[in-house]
Design a protein around this ligand. Structure first.
Ligand code: FRU
Length: 488
């Protein structure tokens, strides 16, 4: 292993490119036993710049091999976000033999003799498992002179209507197009004029179907939608989702226009979409673990940004309606090492502390007694700590990073993140992944996720359980050491 990946704050079990700037995950597709991850990449700097598609592959979604850059800016402009699919039936005519990969992305330049941005959709194809790409001579394949924000195509095959479907972010809506061959696109419908949050520009849509409560006879469609940073609000950029139905043409939202569903209640999960063509039926998602509010300023040197853990998405019905649930993919098991288990402990005024290593998974189940709040914090020898606390009266889960380490690079960074969450049978389950500069909290089996960067000056050494104004039972605490994915 090179000295790279050992730098201060470098994440040890999340994907980040060896060097330079990265943002959105792009073109995720599973083909010939490999998960492909492309990403918005600027190879000449550690801040956002002319976009390329970087490329990495993995067989288990956890260990990644970085490959050469897949797509470079060309005569149509920089390569913005988009998707990739397996063209199984050669509908595009790009392949002489067997299926191949087609990438659908946004070409971003300016209108001639103007500084007005122009965004159009283009294609590239690969018949060598994504190792090399040819840009289509007929590019761009889709444009609209009236809309400036016109980007991030996510394409999938809709078998019921035998067509390709594209969802595209179009300023404050998602426009849906269909195509028989990936080259010729026809307007189908527009969604979202009034629905959900319009706090920022709409970006990076995704649309897919999932069974509700595992029942294949009851399927719902999920639309993911990222919304850009709004300087008036404290949260920065974040991702919402809609639940509804889709007939190949139109998406109908199940909820009222006013309902806003957040995919993640932390600050650092943005622009995420799902893998195409996963053969085992899972819907797997990954997000960019940062926030446009401060992404260009985070205190890392030589490299910037990483992805979240890959997560499996599912739908569950609740009193409020159908909701999205996310859990880290089972493959995470490959980096688990030793586990210590503690059972049936009561926490009162005295905190209980445990040693932890730098890379740790904590699973804990709290049972409510009479405390007003309870939780845990991780702390290093400098006293820098990140607190996860549940307020039993307000029914809110908090992840407080105000004292987690370096906050100095952005006024927005020192934040207390919160998520509404109800206990189940008086119990709260947390699964927490702590990497060198991130903490991902999954509550009640993935009902709520809070993803957050932290920049402690030293690695965590202790985990402390606490209970405020009364007792709390901890029915089980499990501390698992994780190993770096970069130790070859
Ligand atoms: C989202 C985004 C996309 C765009 C890309 C540019 O983070 O703004 O809408 O395609 O980043 O890098």
């Amino acid at each position: 292993m090179s000295v790279k990946y050992k730098e201060k704050h470098r994440l040890q079990f999340h994907f980040s490119p060896e060097e330079k700037w990265m943002n959105d995950p792009n073109g995720m597709v599973f083909f010939n036993d490999e998960y492909h991850l492309f990403y918005q990449y600027h190879p000449h700097g550690t801040t956002w710049g002319p976009m390329h598609w970087g490329h990495a592959v993995s067989r288990d979604l956890i260990h990644w091999e970085e490959l050469p850059i897949a797509l470079y800016p060309d005569e149509h402009g920089a390569i913005f976000s988009g998707s990739a699919v397996v063209d199984w039936n050669n509908t595009s005519g790009f392949f002489d033999e067997g299926p191949g990969l087609v990438a659908i992305y946004t070409s971003a330049d300016n209108y001639p003799d103007s500084d007005r941005p122009r965004q159009r959709q283009s294609l590239a194809y690969s018949n060598d498992n994504g190792r090399t790409w040819v840009t289509y001579e007929g590019n761009p394949v889709l444009s609209d002179v009236n809309i400036t924000d016109y980007r991030d195509p996510k394409v999938f095959w809709h078998s019921e209507t035998n067509k390709w479907v594209m969802v595209l972010a179009t300023c404050q809506t998602v426009t849906i197009y269909t195509s028989p061959n990936l080259k010729d696109w026809k307007f189908a419908s527009e969604f979202g004029q009034k629905a959900g949050s319009h706090d920022g520009v709409w970006e990076c849509p995704d649309l897919f179907k999932l069974p509700v409560d595992g029942d294949e006879n009851n399927q719902k469609w999920v639309m993911l939608l990222s919304i850009g940073d709004n300087p008036q609000l404290k949260e920065g950029s974040r991702t919402q989702y809609f639940i509804g139905d889709f007939d190949g043409t139109t998406f109908i939202n199940d909820n009222s226009d006013e309902t806003v569903l957040w995919l993640d209640h932390g600050r650092d999960n943005y622009a995420g979409v799902s893998w195409s063509d996963v053969q085992d039926g899972r819907r797997i998602y990954i997000g960019w673990m940062s926030n446009w509010r401060y992404a260009n300023q985070v205190p890392t040197e030589g490299w910037r940004s990483s992805m979240t853990l890959p997560r499996e998405l599912s739908l569950t019905s609740s009193e409020e309606g159908v909701r999205l649930v996310q859990k880290p993919v089972g493959e995470i098991n490959s980096i688990r090492k030793g586990t210590e288990v503690y059972k049936d402990q009561v926490i009162a005024e005295t905190n209980m502390s445990y040693n932890v290593r730098d890379l740790t998974e904590v699973t804990v189940e709290f049972e409510k007694e009479n405390a007003t709040s309870f939780g845990l914090f991780i702390e290093n020898s400098e006293g820098e700590k990140t607190v996860v606390r549940y307020d039993t009266q307000k029914e809110l889960l908090f992840v407080d990073r105000t004292h987690s380490g370096d906050n100095s690079f952005s006024e927005s960074f020192a934040a207390v993140q919160e998520a509404p969450l109800k206990m189940k049978n008086n119990r709260l389950k947390l699964q927490i992944f702590i990497d060198t500069s991130s903490i991902e909290v999954f509550a009640n089996d993935g009902e709520v996720a809070v993803t957050s960067l932290i920049f402690p000056s030293k690695v965590s050494e202790h985990l402390t359980l606490f209970s405020i104004e009364g007792n709390t039972n901890v029915t089980q605490l499990k501390i698992t050491d994780l190993v770096s994915i970069w130790n070859k």
